[in-house]
Design a protein around this ligand. Structure first.
Ligand SMILES: *[C@@H]1O[C@H](CO)[C@@H](O)[C@H](O)[C@H]1NC(C)=O
Ligand SMILES: *[C@@H]1O[C@H](CO)[C@@H](O)[C@H](O)[C@H]1NC(C)=O
Ligand SMILES: *[C@@H]1O[C@H](CO)[C@@H](O)[C@H](O)[C@H]1NC(C)=O
Ligand SMILES: *[C@@H]1O[C@H](CO)[C@@H](O)[C@H](O)[C@H]1NC(C)=O
Ligand SMILES: *[C@@H]1O[C@H](CO)[C@@H](O)[C@H](O)[C@H]1NC(C)=O
Ligand SMILES: *[C@@H]1O[C@H](CO)[C@@H](O)[C@H](O)[C@H]1NC(C)=O
Ligand SMILES: *[C@@H]1O[C@H](CO)[C@@H](O)[C@H](O)[C@H]1NC(C)=O
Ligand SMILES: *[C@@H]1O[C@H](CO)[C@@H](O)[C@H](O)[C@H]1NC(C)=O
Ligand SMILES: *[C@@H]1O[C@H](CO)[C@@H](O)[C@H](O)[C@H]1NC(C)=O
Length: 448
C-alpha cells in the first residue's frame, strides 16, 4: 500500500507544529508551502481508500466477550466469544463528497466479510466448569460511513473520525454441526448478532482512526525527509487548519529551512488562495520566501559545485559555439585525462517569481586546470540572470533556463599571471557559460 495515495490521510494533513492559527488570513503570510488537491485528484486518491478500510478490518483486534442469561426451566447460561477473525473481505464501492468548511463525507458500501470465531458455553446446574465450545461463521454485508472533521489543536491538524457508523445489511450465523437445540441456537444468534455488531463497530471505527493517524505521521515524516538533506532540513508543520471547499482541499505549511543552528523566518509570504486556480489536479506552491533560504543554505553548505573532467568535459565543448575556441582551451581539452573544470556558486543565489515565471540571479566562479595540479590555466567569475521554467512529470523535476543576462566580472590566466583581456576570448567564455554551463547545471540531479 502506498500511504501517500490514501484519501483518508489528506484529512489528517501533516501534523506536528506549534502555533496553529485559527485565523487563516493571518496564517497565509507565515505559509511557505501550499498544497492544493482539487476534486479530480481527490477522486483518484479515493480509489485507494479501500486499502485503508481493508487494513482497518484486518488489523482490528477483536476482544473476547462474555454473556450470561437466566432462562426459564434451564437456569443460568454462560457464554463467551473468542478468537474472532475476519476472512474474505471485499469492498464494493466507495464514494466521497467534499463538504465546504466542514470535512469530507465518505461512504463505503457493500463491504462483505466472513467472521469466524469460537463460542463457549455452559448451562444447567452442572455447567460452568464443563464448558463446551462450538465454532461459528458469520456472513456479513456492511455499509460503512465516515465523516471526518478537521480540527486544529495542540499545534496539530488532525481528523476526528469518531463520526463513523456501520449499517449491517446481512448477518447470517452458521454454527458448526448445527446440532444444538433450537432455543440455544436462538440465544446464540441473538447474542452473537448483537455482540458482533457492537464489537465490529467499535473496533473498526477505532482502527480507522489509528491507521489514518499512523499513516499521517508517516506522510509528515516523508515530506520532511523529502525536503531535507544532510544538515539542511525543512519544517513542514502546518500554520493553520486545512481548508475544504466543494472543489479542493488545501493545506498550509511553514516551509522553514533549518541550517547551521539558524531557522528561516517567513512573515510576509503574501500568499492568497486566489493565486491558485482550480484547473489542475494538484498544486504544490513553494513560495520564494521558502526557496530563498533553502538556496542560501545550499550555497553555504557547498551544494552548488560541479566538477567536470575527462571526456565529459571534452564532449561538453563539442557543441556548436559560434565564437572560435581559444587556442589554450583547445590544447587543454586535447588531453582529457588531465583537464578539469570546477564551477561553484560564489554568492548566494536569489530567486524571484512573478506571474511570468521565476528568475534566478547567481554569481558563479570557475577554474580550468590542464594537466597541472596546482595553478589553474583559466579562472573567471560571472554574474548570470536566468529565467527558469520548472515542470514536473513522471516523478521528475525538469528545469529549463533561458539566460537573460550574463556578464564576465573577472577573467584571468593565473598560470601566466595575466588578465584575460582579449575581447574574442571573453566572448567565448560568455557563450560557453550560456550554451554549455547553464544547461549542464540545470540538467543535474534535482536534489539539495
Ligand atoms: C473465502 O473464499 C474462498 C474462495 O472464494 C473460499 O474457498 C473460502 O471458503 C472462503 N472462506 C470463508 C471463510 O468463507
Ligand atoms: C453487494 O455485493 C454483492 C456481492 O458481493 C452483490 O451481489 C450486490 O449486488 C452488491 N450490492 C450493491 C448495492 O452493490
Ligand atoms: C553536518 O554538520 C556537522 C557540523 O557542522 C558536520 O560535522 C557534518 O559532517 C555535517 N553532515 C553532513 C551530512 O553534511
Ligand atoms: C555556522 O554558523 C556559525 C556562526 O553561527 C558560522 O561561524 C559558521 O561559518 C557557519 N557555518 C556555515 C557552514 O555556514
Ligand atoms: C548548534 O548549537 C548547539 C547548541 O547550541 C551546538 O551544540 C551545535 O554544535 C551547533 N551546531 C552547529 C552546526 O553549529
Ligand atoms: C501579509 O503581508 C503583506 C506584506 O507584508 C501585508 O501587506 C499584508 O497586510 C499581510 N496580510 C495579513 C493578513 O497580515
Ligand atoms: C571538486 O574538486 C575539488 C578539488 O578536488 C574538491 O574539493 C570538491 O569537493 C569537488 N567538488 C565536487 C562537487 O566533487
Ligand atoms: C552542430 O552543427 C552541425 C551543423 O551545423 C550539426 O550537424 C550538429 O548536429 C550540431 N551539433 C550539436 C551538438 O548541436
Ligand atoms: C521580484 O519582482 C517583483 C516584480 O518585478 C519586484 O517588485 C520585487 O521587488 C522583486 N523581488 C526581489 C527580491 O527582487
Amino acid at each position: 500500500m502506498m500511504p501517500r495515495d490514501v484519501v483518508l490521510l489528506l484529512l489528517v494533513l501533516f501534523g506536528a507544529s506549534s502555533g496553529c492559527l485559527q485565523d487563516a488570513p493571518s496564517a497565509y503570510n507565515l505559509t511557505g508551502v501550499v498544497c492544493r488537491l482539487t476534486y479530480p485528484a481527490v477522486a483518484v486518491l479515493n480509489e485507494k481508500t479501500t486499502k485503508v478500510i481493508e487494513a482497518a478490518f484486518q488489523h482490528a483486534r477483536y476482544p473476547s466477550m462474555n454473556g450470561e442469561k437466566s432462562l426459564l426451566f434451564i437456569g443460568r447460561v454462560l457464554y463467551g466469544l473468542d478468537n474472532l477473525e475476519i476472512h474474505n473481505l471485499s469492498i464494493g464501492r466507495s464514494a466521497f463528497e467534499l463538504l465546504p468548511g466542514e470535512g469530507i463525507a465518505m461512504e463505503i458500501s457493500n463491504v462483505s466479510a466472513v467472521f469466524k470465531g469460537t463460542i463457549q458455553y455452559g448451562y444447567g446446574s452442572w455447567l460452568v466448569s464443563v464448558a463446551q465450545s462450538l465454532d461459528f461463521e458469520i456472513e456479513s454485508q456492511i455499509d460503512l460511513g465516515i465523516n471526518p472533521k478537521l480540527y486544529c489543536g495542540e499545534g496539530k491538524v488532525a481528523a476526528d473520525t469518531s463520526d463513523c457508523y456501520l449499517n449491517f445489511h446481512k448477518l447470517h450465523l452458521h454454527l458448526q454441526g448445527d446440532k444444538e437445540p433450537n432455543w440455544l441456537k436462538k440465544l446464540f444468534t441473538d447474542f452473537i448478532t448483537f455482540t458482533v455488531k457492537l464489537v465490529i463497530k467499535g473496533q473498526i471505527c477505532k482502527e480507522i482512526n489509528k491507521v489514518a493517524n499512523i499513516l499521517a505521521d508517516f506522510i509528515q515524516e516523508r515530506a520532511e525527509h523529502f525536503l531535507s538533506d544532510g544538515n539542511i532540513s525543512v519544517d513542514v508543520g502546518v500554520t493553520t487548519a486545512p481548508v475544504i471547499t466543494a472543489n479542493y482541499i488545501e493545506s498550509y505549511h511553514k516551509g522553514l529551512t533549518h541550517y547551521n543552528n539558524t531557522t528561516a523566518v517567513i512573515s510576509d509570504s503574501g500568499f492568497h488562495p486566489s493565486q491558485l486556480t482550480e484547473h489542475r489536479m494538484l498544486y504544490f506552491r513553494l513560495s520564494d520566501h521558502m526557496l530563498n533560504p533553502m538556496l542560501t543554505a545550499a550555497h553555504q553548505d557547498g551544494r552548488f559545485q560541479l566538477n567536470v573532467s575527462g571526456d565529459e568535459l571534452a564532449n561538453a565543448f563539442q557543441s556548436n559555439l559560434s565564437s572560435s575556441t581559444p587556442e589554450f582551451i583547445t590544447q587543454c581539452l586535447a588531453d582529457p585525462s588531465s583537464s578539469e573544470l570546477r564551477v561553484w556558486s560564489s554568492s548566494v543565489p536569489r530567486l524571484n517569481t512573478t506571474s511570468a515565471g521565476s528568475t534566478v540571479w547567481a554569481q558563479a566562479s570557475a577554474e580550468l586546470r590542464c594537466g597541472t595540479e596546482g595553478t589553474p590555466t583559466l579562472s573567471f567569475q560571472t554574474d548570470v540572470v536566468v529565467d527558469v521554467t520548472v515542470s514536473y512529470s513522471e516523478k521528475k523535476l525538469f528545469m529549463q533556463g533561458d539566460v537573460r543576462q550574463i556578464s564576465l566580472i573577472r577573467a584571468e590566466l593565473p598560470l601566466n599571471d595575466q588578465l584575460l583581456q582579449d575581447e574574442k576570448q571573453q566572448e567565448f567564455i560568455r557563450e560557453a557559460v550560456k550554451k554549455v554551463g547553464v544547461p549542464k547545471v540545470l540538467s543535474g540531479e534535482k536534489r539539495f
